[in-house]
Unconditional design. Structure first.
Length: 177
């Protein structure tokens, strides 16, 4: 859990530093409730953003959801390696490669990419993506998916004509080709 208002260093800056070297899940808690603050927090790598005041039950549910996404779910997942075009995803080590080059993804980006790959060629509605990747307890705008998909595309340097491209389906969500 990371508060934005830290003495000596801004919580957003601290989050960037941690995420540049670690896949440690981070939930930002803050009194800053403007949309821009939430978007910035999620864009820099936070896995969730909770505004004060919040209930302990809600916070516990969000922590559990983030931890579910941060750990493999089954032994079948642990041993699994998925290849899509030039992208290789190792579920046991939670690493993504293009060829031999490792690509650094946040926990949420990794989970989102994995969900797309496991549902290749399926039109995925934003609400279903939210339920499966963020968890059913997530309360927020489904458009946050767009931000994370944009980050994944940038990090994987995806172009529309490449294998593994995440295709936008207007008014619905996404599909991995």
């Amino acid at each position: 859990l990371l508060d934005v208002m830290l003495p000596g260093i801004d919580g957003f800056e601290f989050c960037k530093i941690v995420k540049s070297t670690s896949d440690l899940p981070i939930i930002i808690i803050s009194a800053k409730e403007d949309e821009i603050d939430k978007v910035v927090g999620l864009e820099i790598g936070a896995d969730d953003y909770v505004t004060k005041p919040f209930s302990i039950r809600e916070l516990m549910a969000r922590i559990k959801a983030v931890l579910r996404r941060a750990t493999p779910q089954t032994t079948q997942d642990v041993a699994m390696l998925i290849n899509v075009g030039r992208i290789s995803i190792n579920l046991s080590s939670r690493k993504v490669f293009i060829g031999n080059q490792e690509i650094q993804l946040t926990t949420l980006e990794f989970d989102l990419l994995t969900y797309f790959v496991k549902n290749k060629e399926v039109a995925l509605h934003r609400h279903n993506i939210m339920d499966q990747v963020w968890g059913t307890n997530y309360i927020g705008d489904t458009r946050i998916i767009d931000v994370h998909v944009s980050h994944i595309r940038d990090k994987l340097k995806m172009k529309p004509d490449e294998d593994g491209y995440i295709e936008t389906i207007r008014g619905i969500g996404y599909r991995m080709k």
